[in-house]
Write a protein that binds this ligand. Structure first.
Ligand SMILES: [Zn+2]
Ligand SMILES: [Zn+2]
Length: 360
């Protein structure tokens, strides 16, 4: 099997060839059909998160060290199963749930394994989809995608699930009646706009510095897309949101976007952060109870949430966000393009030999 690995943080990915693993026990071996390129891949590739104030949260401190095969938004076709694997069919195409936990702790048993403190995430702790094959520890992590194109299904494993889980944390009455303010119109933000529509939300007001992305946000269905650098920014956002801002979803996670989000909220408002760009803010402590605002960090989502999401988008397909498919061997260039803001929508890597079967 051919993989593109991080062998040293911050350097070009290296092509490696290893023996294709044989599935044992409950494991399933899949041929990779499509893998989404996510911002998290850049953080891992670079070796850490910016905590602000000159501090870094290093991957090494989280127990993550090279060699690493990135890629956690994976669709594959089942090639072989271990003797104890259940309920999958050879040759069928599945979306893989990558946020795998230890399987035995309380949070795993409560089916919230994305927040397990001993994670085994695919594409982060275990080899992921920047490869032509991937080994999944258990068939329970596979979700049949029916006839959905692989490149369309793949991003639901991270960007789709992340914003779905975040939007579900908003008071349902607020979601139905009030536009949600979304910071950032990259892969996450665009996905949030389209999923808000599928969830019966009142709409999205997007905040984005880049003019091309603002256009993409409006094309994806946003009520308005506002440049945060205009002088009357807060007034423009509040007007577009109908007077008050009840809920903000931050898909950027920079100090400026978090601060701006908290400042925009009306009394009783909710702030949900999924972006991880980096920085730090100061919060005067009495403000939280006095304004009765909530600050909710949200990471990926649970396996039941991904199953719900795939059922939902199967029944009510959202507007497709722009997707660009590239051969797997261009993985390093893809990471560079995403890092430097040269991507609108979602980048998908596909192992070369399978392109023809996908087009048919
Ligand atoms: Zn666990
Ligand atoms: Zn991701």
């Amino acid at each position: 099997m051919i993989s593109y690995e991080v062998q040293q943080f911050g350097t070009q990915l290296a092509k490696t060839e290893r023996e294709t693993p044989r599935p044992e026990g409950r494991q399933v071996l899949l041929r990779v059909l499509a893998t989404g390129v996510c911002h998290t891949d850049i953080h891992i590739w670079q070796g850490g998160y910016d905590l602000g104030g000159g501090e870094q949260l290093s991957m090494a401190a989280r127990g993550i060290s090279p060699p690493l095969t990135l890629g956690h938004e994976i669709v594959g076709e089942v090639l072989a199963t271990g003797p104890h694997a259940e309920t999958v069919s050879l040759g069928r195409r599945y979306l893989i749930y990558p946020w795998i936990g230890c399987g035995t702790c309380k949070v795993c048993l409560r089916e919230t394994e994305q927040v397990c403190t001993s994670p085994r995430y695919l594409g982060i702790m275990q080899p992921g989809g920047y490869s032509d094959h991937v080994l999944v520890p258990d068939s329970r992590y596979l979700i049949d995608i029916g006839d959905m194109p692989a490149e369309q299904a793949a991003p639901y494993a991270c960007s789709g699930l992340t914003v779905y889980s975040a939007l579900r944390k908003i008071n349902p009455a607020v979601l139905a009646e009030e536009p949600v303010v979304i910071f950032g119109a990259g892969g996450l933000g665009l996905m949030a706009i389209t999923l808000l529509d599928v969830l019966g939300g009142a709409g999205a007001v997007v905040v984005e510095t880049d003019a091309t992305r603002r256009e993409a946000a409006v094309a994806a269905g946003a009520i308005a897309a506002i440049d945060p650098l205009v002088p009357d920014f807060a007034d423009q956002v509040k007007n577009a949101a109908g007077g008050n801002v009840w809920a903000v979803l931050d898909c950027v996670g920079a100090a400026q976007t978090v601060q701006a989000s908290l400042d925009l909220l009306v009394k009783g408002g909710q702030f949900i952060q999924v972006g991880l760009l980096g920085g730090r803010i100061q919060i005067p402590t009495p403000v939280m109870p006095l304004r009765s605002i909530s600050y909710h960090g949200s990471f990926a989502g649970s396996l039941p949430e991904l199953q719900d999401l795939m059922t939902l988008v199967g029944q009510r397909p959202p507007l497709a966000i722009p997707t660009c498919c590239r051969p797997l061997e261009t993985a390093s260039a893809a990471l560079n393009d995403l890092e430097h803001g040269r991507v609108v929508g979602r980048l998908i890597l596909q192992p070369h030999q399978h392109q023809s079967s996908l087009e048919s």
